[in-house]
Design a binder for this molecule. Structure first.
Ligand code: NAD
Length: 332
């Protein structure tokens, strides 16, 4: 059995080596290149492919894999939006993903960023850079005094709720589907409007669907408390960035931590030093002392990467051995 893994980063290599040591019967080849039209030929002769990239898996790549007799593609991430469902089905490719790799990684990061906003660390960092070591007037706020509105109580939202409770914050939550334990604790409000009216912090942990795109728009910000903090480590288009900029200008929003942006592929995962970038909203937000931008790194921990490698290789091997995997993604 032979598996080729594309786009393997330096930080993934020890986990691939560990998996290989546990599966001596499998021949594993790793390449740093992404799975592109120019590199798909490397897969010839292999039984399965493991990959992770933001770049599209082109229709030509899928057809070429099928032409080589390869029908198993295991992604080391969750998202399958860079695959064309029609081409996946036409070429009879079975695709698996890793839907849950470390909810704590994202939850802990969200909380960290809220603390950074409340304790104004960006402002102190800049003061230090100017050798200004005075503490006033940047007075902070305490997390235990906040009413944290968690939108989305799935894997990540639930871990975040537990952490917030540990800090002594009051937590309220909104989800289309109620988790029985949280329901029993009485954490749910009945509507987003109710959450907007009560929360002093709003943190997003829901997926991006057409119905959730621009969930936080001008109308939503208008319903929130003055001085609310916004945390988004979910998906950029959940927030209308123009509306957020207006809300920051007016003081409606006291601060925002954004691990994801509407147009993040223009910026994130590139070295932009000395390069021009046509993304005015990014420059506007990044220039603010009360906005923290991180390049979609909430997930990026040793535990998460280990699980992404292990679970994708396990799924690919399972496909090769049995033709099926419970991690198979439906494109219907
Ligand atoms: P999940 O599927 O376990 O939970 C999502 C929750 O959202 C579910 O409880 C669902 O009922 C709820 N939901 C869906 N649509 C809704 C709506 N319209 N209104 C209210 N609630 C709704 O997902 P998860 O693992 O907790 O991940 C949440 C999101 O985090 C993902 O969709 C992804 O966008 C994001 N994410 C970000 C990173 C990162 O590095 N920043 C990493 C992984 C995931």
């Amino acid at each position: 059995m032979k598996i080729i893994a594309y786009g393997i980063r330096k930080d993934e290599k020890p986990y691939v080596a560990k998996w290989q040591a546990e599966h001596p019967e499998v021949e594993v080849k790793i390449v740093e290149d992404l799975l592109l039209d120019e590199t798909v030929n490397l897969a010839q002769g292999f039984d399965g492919v493991v990959a992770f990239q933001q770049a599209p898996y082109t229709d030509n790549v899928l057809a070429t894999l099928a032409g080589y007799g390869i029908h198993y593609l295991s992604l080391r991430n969750v998202g399958v939006d860079n695959l064309n469902p029609v081409a996946v089905k036409a070429n009879k490719i079975k695709v698996t993903n890793v839907p849950v790799y470390s909810p704590a990684a994202i939850a802990e990061f969200s909380v960290t960023q809220l603390l950074n906003l409340l304790r104004r660390t960006k402002e102190y960092f800049h003061k230090f850079e100017r050798h200004d070591y005075r503490w006033a007037p940047e007075i902070s706020h305490e997390l235990n005094q906040q009413v944290v509105g968690v939108i989305g109580t799935g894997h990540i939202g639930r871990v975040a709720i537990n952490i917030y409770k540990g800090f002594g914050a009051k937590v309220i939550a909104y989800d289309k589907f109620h988790n029985p334990e949280l329901e029993a604790e009485g954490l749910y409000v009945d509507s987003l409007d109710e959450l907007y009216a009560q929360a002093t912090v709003i943190t997003l942990h829901i997926p991006l669907f057409p119905e959730t795109e621009h969930m936080l728009d001008q109308a939503a910000f208008a319903k929130m408390n003055d001085g609310v903090y916004i945390i988004n480590a979910s998906r950029g288009p959940l927030i209308d960035e123009t509306a957020l900029i207006e809300a920051l200008d007016s003081g409606k929003v006291a601060g925002a931590a954004l691990d994801v942006l509407e147009d993040e592929t223009k910026v994130f995962n590139h070295d932009m030093a000395g390069k021009n970038m046509d993304y005015p909203e990014f420059w506007n937000l990044d220039s603010r002392e009360n906005v923290l931008i991180s390049p979609h790194t909430a997930f990026y921990t040793d535990v998460a990467v280990m699980n992404m490698v292990k679970q994708s290789f396990d799924a690919n091997l399972e496909l090769i051995q049995t033709g099926n995997s419970e991690k198979e993604v439906s494109f219907d």
